[in-house]
Design a protein around this ligand. Structure first.
Ligand code: NDP
Length: 237
């Protein structure tokens, strides 16, 4: 059955790969990022030709609400929500600026709470599925990423609790925790150097994370689950 999929952070990287898979499966996709033109440009490249690109800063409650109002009026009820919007401001805690801490927590954690709340309202009648994008560092921790790691660990606790809250409404909530993936976020990292710490010996591609996202979206008996997609990196951290 074709449904409406909403992808925050869909203009690039992991979110864009997930939007592509959703569209390939015949679903209509709303691609969202702060940059509306980039979101629309991605929507225009998706197969099927009925997709929409919207601009929204996920960390701003009113923008998120307005975005879901627009979706509800122009596209209908949400079936799938993917929360891939995220930022990092990596630094040792002693060197971290509080405005950076707030940005990371508001984008990565509060943002997903806001979109989940709005999407769940839209899913109450027909059910739905949510996949949040966490990180292996939310599971294992990493020096120099304490704030980012806290945002992703928080997202895990949020995912499990929300899964319990909404299961009776036929709404499932899961989390994919990627390792090092080839996107703009990791463009400054030397793959040869960091790849040595990864049992599979390389960074992952966004499509490999998107595959796991689709698996969770399409698995009717999985909820409250954390799925690591990291080439085994968690084994060595
Ligand atoms: P990218 O930097 O490639 O893409 C990030 C996406 O999020 C863009 O579409 C960006 O668009 C959007 N975005 C950022 N901030 C906001 C905001 N405030 N409101 C709305 N959209 C926003 O990142 P990745 O694809 O690498 O990361 C996707 C997710 O996966 C993130 O949550 C990240 O933390 C997580 N992750 C990534 C890993 C990696 O190795 N790449 C590893 C583990 C987790 P715009 O800038 O226009 O808003």
């Amino acid at each position: 059955m074709s449904r409406l999929g909403v992808v925050f952070g869909g203009s690039r990287g992991i979110g864009q790969a997930a939007a592509q898979l959703l569209a390939q499966r015949g679903h209509r996709v709303v691609v969202i990022s702060r940059n509306q033109e980039a979101a629309q440009a991605t929507a225009d490249t998706l197969p099927g030709g009925k997709h929409v690109g919207l601009g929204c800063d996920v960390s701003k409650e009113q923008e998120v609400q307005r975005t879901f109002d627009t979706i509800s009026k122009t596209c209908g009820p949400v079936g799938y929500l993917i929360n891939a919007a995220g930022i990092n401001r990596d630094a040792l805690l002693l060197r971290s600026k509080s405005e950076d801490m707030v940005s990371v927590l508001h984008t990565n954690l509060l943002g997903s709470m806001l979109t989940c709340r709005a999407a769940i309202r839209s899913m109450l009648s027909n059910g739905g599925t949510i996949v949040n994008i966490g990180s292996v560092v939310g599971v294992k921790g990493n020096a120099g990423q304490s704030v980012y790691s806290a945002s992703k660990a928080g997202l895990e606790g949020f995912t499990r609790s929300l899964a319990k809250e909404v299961a009776s409404r036929n709404i499932r909530v899961n989390l994919v925790a990627p390792g090092l993936i080839r996107t703009d976020m990791t463009a400054g990292l030397n793959e040869e150097e960091y790849g040595q710490k990864i049992p599979l010996g390389r960074f992952g591609d966004p499509q490999e994370v998107a595959q796991a996202v689709m698996f969770l979206l399409e698995s009717p008996y999985i909820t409250g689950h954390v799925l690591l997609v990291d080439g085994g990196l968690h084994l060595t951290m």
